[in-house]
Write a protein that binds this ligand. Structure first.
Ligand SMILES: NC(=O)c1ccc[n+]([C@@H]2O[C@H](COP(=O)([O-])OP(=O)(O)OC[C@H]3O[C@@H](n4cnc5c(N)ncnc54)[C@H](OP(=O)(O)O)[C@@H]3O)[C@@H](O)[C@H]2O)c1
Length: 269
């Protein structure tokens, strides 16, 4: 996302009404204003909502152009319409942040076909369709795509088999896009959050014991915040990462690399 000097950056963010999406929108606006560069954001949720309108009001109050958009990303036509509407509202696109996602917790022996299909449709297929619809805009702008994957896309996650497989496919989809579209000047990367406290996961933290046990697992000794993910997304979207494409940036406080350090009978560091 490297707009010509003086031009404003134009970014479509999906899942903007959720915990990480809101933080991405706020972080992009704060960083742009710090740099003295104008920014315009199309903030998309699955439907029109008071919380999406409130977010757009906050972004405008902070000094950005912002527009609320709604699309059901399980519907291929809605994916194409969303990009067209964002392109019209913003006058083109420099950045696409595919952050919307769902989980459908179930053991693989029990999960329904509908849940499997919907999980792949929203977490994986929609990213392909949004990217394809945005390609002409992004090629014109030397634009960037960042998709929000998950540590579950790299490590098996019992009870979340469809989600884990969908995020693994998403990571490969983005590596593939990075190779195919590098010649068009489009970079494509993913960010994989660890345990982040958002509306998606909030109910897990209602039990203080679960929160304590989860926190103990993280080498950096805290549950992640939406802003931790937003900062990584903003870096991958911006010019400071202009030689980075096809990569996954895990943002998990060190959680996923902890395994060997937990083996009993070895010296602790
Ligand atoms: N929180 C974590 O610990 C964690 C960890 C790893 C990865 N992630 C990933 O991070 C991303 C954001 O998660 P979050 O925690 O911020 O979740 P969240 O608060 O539940 O937000 C999810 C967002 O996705 C949107 N969405 C859901 N279904 C949609 C559909 N059919 N069409 C369009 N949009 C839809 C929601 O829109 P509406 O509200 O308008 O329905 C909402 O904005 C997801 O991709 C998730 O898989 C999260």
């Amino acid at each position: 996302m490297q707009p010509a000097t003086g031009k404003r950056r134009r970014v479509l963010v999906t899942g903007a009404s959720g915990g990480i999406g809101r933080a991405i929108c706020h972080t992009l606006v704060r960083r742009a204003l710090q740099d003295g560069s104008p920014i315009a954001i199309a903030a998309a949720g699955s439907h029109k909502s008071a919380s999406l309108d409130a977010l757009v009001g906050e972004l405008r109050a902070a000094g950005a152009e912002a527009f609320p958009l709604a699309a059901d990303l399980a519907d291929p036509d809605d994916c194409a319409r969303l990009v067209a509407n964002a392109g019209d509202a913003l006058g083109g696109l420099d950045g696409l942040v595919c952050n919307a996602g769902i989980t459908a917790p179930a053991a693989l022996a029990d999960g329904s076909l509908d849940d499997w299909t919907r999980t792949f449709d929203i977490n994986t297929r929609a990213v392909w369709l949004l990217a394809r619809a945005a390609r002409a805009h992004l090629a014109k702008a030397g634009g960037t795509i960042v998709a929000v994957s998950s540590m579950s896309g790299t490590f098996p996650h019992p009870g979340y088999g469809a989600y884990s497989a969908a995020k693994a496919a998403l990571s490969m989809l983005c590596r593939q896009l990075a190779q195919e579209w590098a010649a068009h000047g489009i970079r494509v990367n993913t960010v994989s959050p660890g345990m982040i406290r958002t509306p998606l996961t909030e109910s897990l933290y209602h039990d203080p014991e679960v929160e304590r046990l989860r926190t103990e697992l993280v080498p950096l000794a805290r549950i992640g915040r939406p802003e931790d993910i937003a900062e990584a997304v903003a870096w991958l979207l911006g010019p400071a990462s202009s030689y980075v494409t096809g990569q996954d940036l895990r943002v998990d406080g060190g959680l996923c690399d902890r395994l060997l350090g937990t083996i009993p009978g070895r010296a602790a560091s």
